[in-house]
Every structure is written in C-alpha cells, then in structure tokens.
Design a protein around this ligand. Structure first.
Ligand SMILES: C[S@@+](CC[C@H](N)C(=O)[O-])C[C@H]1O[C@@H](n2cnc3c(N)ncnc32)[C@H](O)[C@@H]1O
Length: 299
C-alpha cells in the first residue's frame, strides 16, 4: 500500500508541477490575500517529483474492501480537525468570504444565509462565519462529525444530509443562499460527474451576486480505490484546471484560484500511521455568481 501511496504522491507532485509551470508569480501560501487575480498558483514547498518504482507502477495494490465516505469520516472523527488545524489557505478563504459579505449592504452587518458543505466538526468554517453574525447551516453525512460540530459551534445549525440530496430538496428554493463553502468534501464517495453536478446545483441555489468557495485535493481520478489516512475508500477529483473549469461551467465568475501544499498531522494526532499520510496538493477557488444574467442586445 505504501507503494500505491507513493504513486499517488508522485501524481500530486506531477500535476501540481504542471499547474505551477503555468503560473508566473506565486505568493507564499500564508500571504494569500483577497486580491482578485486569475490563475495564481501558490507553492510553499520545493517540488521535485519522487522517483516511481516501476514494479509498483505496474501492480498497484488496491484495497480489498472499501469504506463508504460516512464510514471513513465516522472513524476519523473529530481528530480530523486536529490534523488540519491552522491551515492558512483555508483561513484566508474564509476571511475572503467574510470580507466579500461586508461589501454587500444586505449582509454587511451579518445575516447572510450560508451553507457549509461537508462541515466536519464545524471548525473553522461554520465557527468563523457564525461568529461574524451569519446564518450558517453545516451539512454532513458523518454522525460523528456532526456530534462534534453541534457541541463546538452552538451558534450554527447542522443537518445530517448528503449534499446531493440537499441540492435535490433545495432546488425548490433556487437563488436563496448568499454563500456556499465546500472545503475538501467533494472527494470521497463521489464521481467526477457528481462533483460537476454538485457545483452546478449549488450555483443554482446562490442568489445573484452570491459567493462560492471551493477547495479540494486536485488529482484527476475517477472512482479510484485508495487508502486515505489508512482507510480504504473510493475517491474522485479533478485536476486544478478541471476544478476551475467546473466552477466556471456552473455559471460562476472565478475571482481567485491557487494550488498549495500541506501535510496533515494525521499520524501526530493518532488518526493513522506515519507511512499512511503524505503531503497533499490543495486547490482553492473563490467565485461569485454574476449579479444579473447577461442581457442580450436586441434591436
Ligand atoms: C475532509 S473533511 C473536511 C471537513 C471540513 N470541511 C473542513 O475543512 O475541516 C470532509 C467532510 O465532508 C463530509 N462529506 C463527504 N462527502 C459528503 C457528501 N456527499 N455530502 C455531505 N458531506 C460529505 C465528510 O463526512 C467530512 O466531514
């Protein structure tokens, strides 16, 4: 399995390198600001693709039994938060959203209707947004995560529901949300088509002028069995370019995108063994729904 993880890590380096070669100027991860820019990439570590073992490449080890996404996150539980605490790029993304909501008179004093998809323990996203006075609903498929969220963030609401079912239900109330956040929750148990459909469905729930913040681990895989934090699970994701394109295809204007790297402290906090965790690439996309549908000139 370590060999397969090694291949995955090499994939990450390879695709991140491609993305970084596309970008010219790259601020440090901790320096990400809410300045509108297109195509900015943000490396914070040196990137030399690791050599791939030819034998392991031809015989990737696939886990015999995979867990559902809910089983994975129920078993990881609230310790997930400890492994990712202080992720500067996530803090910057949440801060960008808080600042954007202040520019709209309707939400400047709080009261924005926000949904955090795959809220986990509710921290940091639900916590920061609710503390800023907004009306926050965190949705998740993991009972264990939601139990922690309800205790840790009493000023937000939480619901056990899959984002796909949530979109189906809420499609009766289009253009009702001021903002949506998706931090690393469209990976396990979804297909690439699901990811695109969810982005599109969530965009439909945004009011004109509403905001979407999307982050993921940008590897172009569809329904791959991997081990994440030592747990066998089927994952899908998009490359950085595909992720940005999917947000645009959902009808949103991309204000900022960046790829950064982070090594979760999964082993240190007891979620997994040291050889079951590796440095991840992270894609962050900040976007806004156009305030008005484009008006076609007529004679
Ligand atoms: C990697 S964790 C991220 C948690 C939190 N967003 C954060 O950044 O700390 C992903 C979370 O998304 C939830 N999740 C995964 N698939 C989901 C789905 N289809 N619908 C709703 N939540 C989902 C998981 O249960 C988990 O709590």
């Amino acid at each position: 399995m370590a060999d397969f993880q090694h291949i995955l890590a090499t994939f990450l380096s390879f695709f991140t390198n491609l993305f970084h070669r596309r970008a010219n100027s790259a601020p440090a991860a901790k320096d990400i600001e809410a300045n509108p820019k297109d195509g900015a990439a943000t490396p914070d570590t040196a990137e030399v693709p690791a050599p791939v073992n030819a034998e392991s490449q031809s015989k990737p080890e696939v886990p015999a039994k995979t867990l559902t996404a809910a089983e994975v996150f129920d078993s990881v539980g609230p310790a997930y938060e400890d492994a990712f605490t202080g992720l500067p790029t996530q803090a910057a993304a949440i801060d960008w959203l808080v600042q954007q909501l202040k520019t709209n008179p309707a939400t400047a004093q709080g009261g924005a209707k926000i949904v955090d998809v795959g809220c986990g323990t509710g921290r940091p996203a639900c916590s920061v947004l609710a503390d800023a006075g907004h009306d926050v609903l965190g949705i998740d498929i993991s009972e264990a995560m939601l139990a922690a969220a309800r205790t840790r963030v009493p000023n937000a609401k939480f619901e056990l529901i899959d984002v796909r079912a949530f979109i189906e239900r809420e499609s009766a109330r289009p253009e009702s949300l001021d903002a949506v956040t998706i931090f690393f929750s469209l990976i396990a148990g979804v297909t690439q088509d699901d990811i695109r459909a969810v982005l599109s469905g969530l965009a439909g729930l945004l009011k004109p002028g509403g905001f979407l913040v999307f982050s993921t681990v940008p590897i172009p895989v569809n329904n791959e069995s991997i081990k994440w934090m030592g747990r066998p699970v089927v994952v899908s994701s998009l490359s950085p370019e595909e992720g940005v394109a999917a947000v645009k295809a959902a009808g949103l204007e991309v204000k900022f995108d960046a790829v950064t790297k982070f090594k979760p402290r999964g082993a240190e906090v007891g979620i997994c063994q040291p050889d079951e965790v590796w440095e991840e690439s992270h894609l962050f996309v900040y976007a806004q729904k156009p305030a008005m549908a484009a008006v076609t000139a007529s004679s």
